[in-house]
Design a protein around this ligand. Structure first.
Ligand SMILES: *Cc1c(COP(=O)(O)O)cnc(C)c1O
Length: 372
């Protein structure tokens, strides 16, 4: 079945007890045992499993074509669970992408013996050259946040296989509508469901989907329960609600982002436009091969005149909201470098733009007046 159909139906069925069409919100933390000591509903305690969370996890596994999914309280908690499922002393080769993921690898988990090498993974040779004997994980993000760099997922999967490592793909920006990493050879897919899957800027969440229920997956599931960074039932319910419309939203957002990128690319106040849908983007050919139906709703521009000019443009927008995050209904603009930290590789003159669901002509008019 097509993803639009799965988004509406996967993990859902009318409630057997009441006939309710929408999945019930199960707030209960604990579940009754039968007289013989068994748990007839399959749930014991909500940190370990909960019916509302189970519905979301079944839905996410289906959307990505995986064997199973684990939902977390945030995308960052999902990243942490993947890393904590590796053995001590493991080495990771990772995309320089989402700032928080990099900080987790290089600051937090380095203290626990994790070694990581950050490379431009759009360069397959650089990725291969960074592999060490103890490399256990290739971590890629494509398109990456905030620079929209594209990594060849199938090529990365080959590098991982040759190294005896696993390939994990942060598919937050791509979404399972546009890109399905497990079909291209990835072992794990990670999401910040805070973004396109939730889609309404009103719930924080994350998830990991696995291709196979192997040993690493068993460790990750144990961690989900033992460390307990789990989403609340209501958070799961909100993400489920968002998922129903995500293919329709992401299609609109991708089409609008393409037009906005084309407008910005020819504007004289802009020195560079980063969007994989532009033929001039260095990753365009790879993106065309591994994405379908569009290139996503996220883009970035570098403003001629440097940081001060970029800040000025951000100050002048009226329709776009100056805020971090992406994937919601409202379009956002963000001076990314100042949200990250000193030492970030993000250019100082860069504005990251998340396209929402407003009419694209209104968005372009707003950017036109802000760029002056
Ligand atoms: C937002 C984001 C994350 C982190 O997810 P949270 O839900 O904010 O913890 C990770 N990767 C990407 C690409 C993101 O955009």
């Amino acid at each position: 079945m097509h993803i639009e159909t799965l988004a509406v139906h996967a993990g859902r069925h009318p409630d057997a007890a009441t006939g309710a069409v929408e999945p019930p919100l199960h707030l209960s933390t604990t579940f009754e045992r039968a007289a013989d000591g068994s748990f007839p509903g399959g749930h014991v305690y909500s940190r370990s499993s909960n019916p509302t969370r189970k519905a979301l996890e079944d839905c996410l596994a289906t959307l990505e074509g995986g064997a199973a999914a684990a939902a977390f309280a945030s995308g960052s908690a999902a990243v942490a669970a993947i890393v904590q499922s590796l053995e001590a002393g493991a080495h990771v080769v990772a995309t320089t992408g989402y700032w928080g993921t990099g900080k987790l690898f290089s600051d937090v988990f380095a203290r626990w013996g994790l070694a990581s090498t950050f490379v431009d993974t759009s360069d397959v040779d650089a990725m291969r050259a960074a592999v060490r004997p103890n490399t256990r994980l290739l971590w890629i993000e494509t398109p990456s946040n905030p620079l929209l760099a594209v990594t060849d997922i199938a090529a990365a999967a080959e590098v991982a296989r040759a190294a005896g490592a696993r390939l994990a793909v942060d598919n937050t920006v791509g979404t399972p509508l546009l890109q399905r990493p497990l079909e291209l050879g990835a072992d794990l897919v990670m999401h910040s469901t805070t973004k396109y899957l939730g889609g309404h800027s009103d719930v924080t969440g994350g998830a990991v989907v696995t291709r196979a229920p192997d040993e690493l997956w068993e460790r990750l599931k144990a961690l989900q329960s033992l460390a307990g960074a789990v989403p609340s039932p209501f958070d799961c319910w909100l993400v489920m609600r968002g998922i129903k419309s995500f293919p329709a939203r992401v299609r609109l957002q991708s089409a609008a982002a393409q037009r906005v990128a084309e407008f910005l690319a020819q504007h004289r106040a802009v020195s560079a436009t980063h969007y994989p849908g532009l033929p001039s983007h260095p990753g365009h050919a790879v993106a065309r091969r591994q994405m379908r139906g569009g290139f996503g709703g996220l883009l970035a521009v570098q403003v001629r005149g440097g940081e001060a000019r970029a800040m000025e443009v951000a100050a002048r927008v009226r329709l776009f909201t100056r805020a971090t995050s992406l994937g919601g209904a409202e379009s956002l603009v963000e001076h990314r470098a100042s949200v990250e930290a000193p030492g970030t590789p993000t250019p100082r003159d860069l504005l990251r733009i998340s396209i929402g669901l407003e009419h694209v002509d209104d968005l372009i008019a707003d950017l036109a007046q802000a760029l002056g």
